[in-house]
Design a protein around this ligand. Structure first.
Ligand code: AKG
Ligand code: FE2
Length: 617
């Protein structure tokens, strides 16, 4: 008797949409879904679920085939064409029937799904008609190869096939809790991958040219079964949502703590989070031309410096970024994020800057329940003067329009001018504030002449705008919208909506930032502990670790309401040397480029940013 949790279907042709499938035997054709994940980061692990399943093979089940292919970590575009269409025969030396991965059809259009064709050469084939059973797993996911960066997109497909064997599942709980409908059945422990590529139940990473060689044993009666579908929150049905639910559950399984909610951070096991009002500074005298006295400006600068020292965070009003502009940005963001997930992830919008979740996460506590466009300033400036030149405003409009038209959302034309104006206004504000803060770091003699590196040292190649969206999160009240972090820049200017969720470390506890309409939030980044060494002629940044604080902050999710924010990050150019005023310097010499690389490397390797301590001598 098959287990009640899984429902064997009659042998029949099935559509992918219906997600039905049948008994695998000679001549049957089954359409199903494999799983395709596209990841915006090179090197991301596309399918956390497969690792989880690999580690937690339930008792009584062996995964017979569990493979990914594609090249998630390399620059190679998915070379499906290299696979060719040769259909391998059944290796006759196997007494048992063999499934042979035979063919990956290349879709004629980039937007059509891929189809992996698996031929099962059964004894029936050998004995009688020679007809082969065939499983076609439709691996959804377009391939687009527009810009070099997009070629780095990870792409992985998963095919999970288990077969009937002697060990029947004992209870529903013994089935692997897979995040989406997959084709699983009962497996026998003696089955093994017989290709040179892997052991039973292991994940096999196949180079595309190895694909034809992958074959594995299945017993005579191989029944593909559909697992009952887990209840998904209603919003997850929307094609716009990134698969955060899947990612979260996969990470939970990976940690071996199914169903256990994320525990509170160690630092604050019992302290309730209180809401705070950040220092509010009227910066009108700095942002508007004329009309303010020297004394007013000095008082304003002193307030900024004090807040940067005490809190590392403050709010500003009369900041020069028009309310209407921020409202328009909010609307544009909503439109942008409403695009189908596939489009966001693959169409190269905003230079392919889309991010979702946390590719490097190995536990739910490292997962950011959010999606974002991480837009280099050059990408929205439209002047084409830098490396990001293929993201001109024009291209942005064209791509957005193409997608919208294809998806029949003609009304929603995302306008780049709003993004550009917001970036420009925030950039001016950040430059003004940074100049004030930098001047305060200089010895009095240097004041006035020393800080001209703002904004010249912070150019379009490194500054960026991040458009954040935090989807509602039904899985846990403790899930992070954005994991605790410090910003790796000089200064961040943030516009958040009314929902709230931003928290920062004050003393030894988290405090929640109350959203104030019309105010922008400013926070000090890792480098603004920085100024210019006045006695040097050449441009140089320097660290004053004790003066301004780069404070840890995070975003908590909301169970029912989505949240939007826009953050502008003021960064120096990559070749800017970072030095220190202190002699001897506690840090070895390094550039901002090195700093960024190290941060990315650490996060990838350990899931955590180390930051400045990396550079201590
Ligand atoms: O969305 C927010 O409130 C914070 C965003 C943030 O901290 C970031 O993007 O680094
Ligand atoms: Fe941040």
């Amino acid at each position: 008797m098959p287990h009640p949790a899984i429902v064997p279907q009659k042998e029949q042709q099935c559509s992918m949409q219906q997600r039905r499938h049948g008994r695998l035997s000679a001549g049957s054709t089954i359409w199903g879904t494999g799983e395709c994940a596209t990841g915006p980061y090179p090197g991301r692990t596309c399918l956390p679920a497969e690792h989880a399943t690999r580690r937690r093979r339930p008792a009584g089940h062996d995964l017979l085939l569990f493979m990914e292919f594609g090249a998630p970590t390399t620059l190679t575009p998915l070379p499906v064409r290299a696979i060719g269409s040769k259909i391998l025969g059944c290796p006759r030396r196997h007494a048992r029937p063999v499934l042979v991965i035979s063919k990956l059809k290349t879709p004629s259009s980039a937007r059509r799904p891929y189809r992996l064709q698996v031929s099962a050469c059964t004894p029936a084939r050998l004995r009688a008609s020679g007809a082969s059973a065939q499983v076609e797993l439709d691996l959804a996911g377009p391939m687009q190869q527009r810009a070099p960066r997009q070629l780095m997109r990870a792409r992985a497909y998963r095919v999970t096939v288990c077969t009937r064997g002697t060990n029947r599942p004992a209870s529903p709980a013994s089935l692997p809790p897979l995040p989406s409908p997959l084709y699983i059945g009962e497996a026998s422990p003696q089955h093994s991958l017989c290709a040179r590529t892997g052991r039973l139940g292991s994940t096999t990473q196949l180079a595309p040219d190895q694909l034809e060689l992958a074959s594995f044993r299945v017993p005579t009666h191989c029944t593909l079964l559909q697992r009952s579908q887990p209840a998904m929150p209603a919003f997850a049905g929307s094609a716009a949502e990134p698969p955060l639910v899947d990612s979260y559950h996969a990470l939970l399984r990976r940690c071996g703590d199914d169903g256990v909610p994320i525990v509170q951070e160690a630092q604050t096991p019992s302290l309730p989070v209180v809401e705070c009002e950040l220092p509010m500074i009227d910066v009108g005298c700095l942002t508007s031309s004329g009309g303010s006295s020297e004394a007013e400006r000095a008082a304003c600068a002193a307030a900024i410096v004090r807040a940067a020292e005490e809190w590392g965070f403050f709010q500003v009003r009369n900041h020069g970024v028009a309310r209407e502009l921020l409202d328009a940005m909010r609307r544009e963001q909503a439109r942008l994020f409403r695009l189908p997930f596939e489009a966001k992830a693959t169409a190269g919008l905003l230079d392919g800057s889309y991010r979702w979740g946390t590719p490097t996460a190995t536990s739910p506590r490292q997962l950011s329940w959010s999606e974002a466009f991480h837009v280099p300033l050059a990408g929205v400036s439209g002047d084409g003067s830098c490396d990001f030149g293929d993201l001109t405003a024009l291209r942005y409009v064209r791509l957005a329009f193409d997608i919208l038209r294809r998806n029949k959302y003609q009304d929603d034309v995302t306008r780049p001018d709003v993004t550009r104006k917001v970036a420009g206004a925030m950039s001016r504000l950040a430059g003004t504030l940074a100049r004030v803060m930098a001047e305060a770091l200089l010895p009095p003699a240097g004041a006035g002449d020393g800080c001209c590196f703002f904004p010249e040292g912070c150019d379009e190649t490194t500054c960026f705008l991040r458009l954040n969206r935090y989807p509602p999160c039904p899985v846990s009240p403790d899930a992070f919208g954005l994991v605790p972090h410090t910003d790796s820049d000089f200064l961040t200017v943030l516009s958040q909506d009314h929902v709230g969720g931003l928290q920062l470390m004050k003393g030894a506890r988290w405090v929640a930032v109350k959203p104030i309409p019309d105010a922008l939030i400013v926070n000090v980044g890792d480098l603004f502990q920085a100024d210019r060494q006045a006695h040097r002629r050449r441009f140089e940044l320097s660290l004053r670790a004790r003066l301004y604080k780069s404070v840890e902050h995070k975003v908590m999710t909301n169970a029912t309401t989505e949240r939007y924010s826009v953050a502008y990050f003021l960064c120096p150019s990559y070749d800017s040397p970072i030095g220190t005023c202190e002699e001897p310097s506690p840090y070895r010499a390094f550039t901002f480029g090195e700093y960024r690389n190290k941060v990315q490397e650490d996060v990838k390797r350990t899931g955590k940013k180390i930051g400045l301590p990396n550079f201590l001598v």
